[in-house]
Ligand binder design. Sequence first.
Ligand code: PMP
Length: 421
Amino acid sequence: MQLRETRRFLDPNGSSAKYAQRAHLVFPDGITRETIRRHPYSPSQDRGQGSHLVDVDGDERIDFLFNYTSLIHGHCYPPVANAIAEQANRIGAVSFPSGLEGRLGQELLQRVAIQPARIRLVNSGTEAVMLAIQTAREATGRSKILRFDGCYHGSLLPLRRNRGSVRVGAEEVLCAFNDPAEAQGTFEREGDHLACVLLDPFPSRGALAPARPEFLDVIESLRRRHGVLLVVDEVMTSRVAYQGATSQLDLAPDLICLGKYIGGGLPVGAIAMRPELAALFSWESGPAIAHGGTFNGNPLTMAAGIACLSHLNDEQIRRVNELTALFCAELRAVFSARRTDWTVRHAGSLFHLWPQTRLPMSPEEAHDPRARRRLGELAFFLLCHGVVLAPSGLGCLATTTQASDVEYLLSAVRQYLLHAA
Ligand code: PMP
């Protein structure tokens, strides 16, 4: 297959270059978030439809990242775009409920592995994680939290143990992901002081490394013994099954964090909690948590989220997961035909490329500068040849991804391997 050259964004007189120059005058380092950092700068995007994007320099690419997995139906999905337009002409933001938040909330109640549950809506995954931690602290009267090294839980929690100038707070205990012995030792030392364990069942920073059953067993049994709440961060993973990744594991969380696609592509986050925890938000009991947020339950986001989820039933999730599994099997065949050490791991409709035969089992193992460099080179080659993938190797499919999109990506990877050889 002939690949498209999509490198007009690199033209110093092009529109992307001008936007990047202007951004440097406004934003520290010229960016509004780490995830859009590219070298030398990103192509600015003009429009999108389904799985396709067109940048401001006129180049078209197939998206396999979808705003970091937040657009499960792809770009400008007509039911979502129409719902937003209609709602924008009705009421956009208001100091009252709109009734729409109840509808999205009810959708979410069915889609979490806490049954029954209660929901609080926020505006990002970061905020959902912070609110879940606050809820656990109030519920237990303890302040420490246990989380796992290198796992991303939003922009407000440092990723790693004491790296660079960032210090993990005294209220946080970090231990290695997928290491049952270290988790056990930590519970023995700290268990009675912990409010919660914060767990991502397959962290993207570990190339979607699945939590091992023995690791989960230690966490579940010891956190129960010590009265520690379990918070599962499903901001990225909830899309893998109708009731999220947790529904496929032997876990009984007290709180689940959601975000990304549940707002149909608009900014959103949510926590689902056991009904007993909902009392913390009640005026009859205080309230312990007076939870505000100007845009919580924003009608535009609610309308987009309802439209998105009403087109995402079990069957639709299964279909996009199957296409992803098929794509990954074909990709592995490409790698083995070329006798390279590249491989790929997938979970539902998420996938992660990896430039070594042995896949990492934790973010620590994935913290490999050589692997990161090779992944970055592949992503840059793809960016210049009509495909968007995260520089980390993370990608996903949308329900609007076509078999021809997948064919194109396979072809582009094949040509990259030839080019890199
Ligand atoms: N938790 C996880 C597991 C995530 O993947 C992310 C976002 N990538 C977040 C939290 C934070 O979500 P947001 O970017 O919406 O703040």
